[in-house]
Design a protein around this ligand. Structure first.
Ligand SMILES: Nc1ncnc2c1ncn2[C@@H]1O[C@H](COP(=O)(O)OP(=O)(O)O)[C@@H](O)[C@H]1O
Ligand SMILES: [Mg+2]
Length: 312
């Protein structure tokens, strides 16, 4: 069954503001995991309980992350019956044997936010696909790769093969070499890493070759090996996919943890998307609102909303 997920600009902006930091992997995962209702989305937010009666401690913890506060152990016990908390932050109360998710306030404040986030969330393979050409896949890939914190290692893999070079290579002004074709000559882990372009300190790119002849013998097994090698070194792997269905695209989709379909909002695309037997996030890239008629059964996000979300 197709599930399109609704992403809330307001929620992310508020969350980002409250957390006083730029967008992290956690935000992205939160977006992709966003269920249908506002109530459900609230349930997804990390919820901590601080047990403290010290105003300075309460202020320090709240500055780091929003939380509920219990001024005594008794009131904490009442609160945990009402809500399920992710972490119980304890400021000197004897909670041994009571909560198995308790952490001392000093340890909680010492922990850097980013260390904590990366441990919590799994590696992501995000594929950006469409059921029609020229709808904004590459534009979306560029926006996505720029949205992560600098400490998250990202690999962008471009599978848009055509003679003359791919749009992503032109958009990012990449050198002609290295590219996937050069990796395919050796097909070793060493040649995989040797043929990545270091685009920025945390973003690498496996570039499409400048001609189709370089990938003519590429197989689904090659795709699986590329993903396997990539997974040994990167937190997030983003695929810029061509708008077609073949065994290469299918192999990427099968291995993806998150699947995005970019759509120009046409009724024809909506019909094709409805036919798909998988879970996709639909990003609408259209200057007018006509699409709302055809996509009213879905919960979608527009590219404008996505851009607002990604603004720092
Ligand atoms: N929201 C948008 N506003 C204006 N131009 C856009 C927008 N999205 C895409 N484009 C332009 O449309 C063209 C196709 O976009 P692109 O991301 O390359 O699509 P795809 O990768 O699906 O072929 C590009 O020239 C791009 O700059
Ligand atoms: Mg493209």
């Amino acid at each position: 069954m197709l599930i399109t997920l609704y992403l809330s600009t307001g929620l992310l902006t508020a969350y980002s503001h409250a957390a006083k930091r730029s967008i992290t992997l956690e935000h992205v995962i939160l977006l992709f995991c966003m269920p249908f209702t506002k109530e459900k989305r609230k349930e997804m937010m990390p919820l901590n309980l601080l047990i403290s009666n010290n105003p300075k401690t309460i202020e320090a913890v709240k500055n780091k992350e929003s939380c509920d506060v219990a001024l005594s152990l008794e009131s904490a016990l009442i609160r945990v019956k009402q809500k399920k908390y992710d972490v119980i932050i304890n400021d000197g109360f004897n909670v041994s044997g009571i909560f198995d998710n308790a952490v001392n306030v000093k340890d909680y404040l010492k922990n850097t936010t980013n260390d904590k986030k990366i441990k919590v969330f799994r590696q992501e393979i995000i594929s950006v696909w469409s059921v029609k050409g020229g709808v904004g896949r590459t534009t979306t890939v560029k926006r996505l790769m720029e949205m992560f914190d600098k400490n998250i290692k990202i690999l962008v893999i471009d599978f848009n093969f055509q003679d003359g070079g791919s749009d992503l290579s032109f958009l990012l002004d990449l050198p002609v070499i290295p590219h996937i074709g050069m990796y395919l000559k050796e097909r070793t882990k060493e040649s995989f890493f040797k043929n990545l372009i270091e685009y920025s300190p945390n973003i690498s790119i496996l570039q499409a070759p400048p001609g189709l002849s370089f990938i003519k013998d590429m197989t689904p097994e090659d795709v699986e090996n590329i993903i396997r090698f990539a997974r040994t070194a990167f937190d997030v792997i983003i695929f810029d996919l061509p708008n077609k269905v073949d065994e290469i695209v299918n192999t990427v989709l099968e291995n993806s943890t998150k699947k995005i379909i970019v759509s120009s909002g046409l009724v024809s695309e909506a019909r094709r998307i409805k036919e798909l037997d998988e879970d996709f996030l639909v990003v609408i890239n259209s200057p007018n609102r006509q699409w709302k008629l055809y996509y009213k059964d879905f919960n979608c996000i527009t590219i404008k909303e996505l851009e607002k979300i990604l603004e720092r």
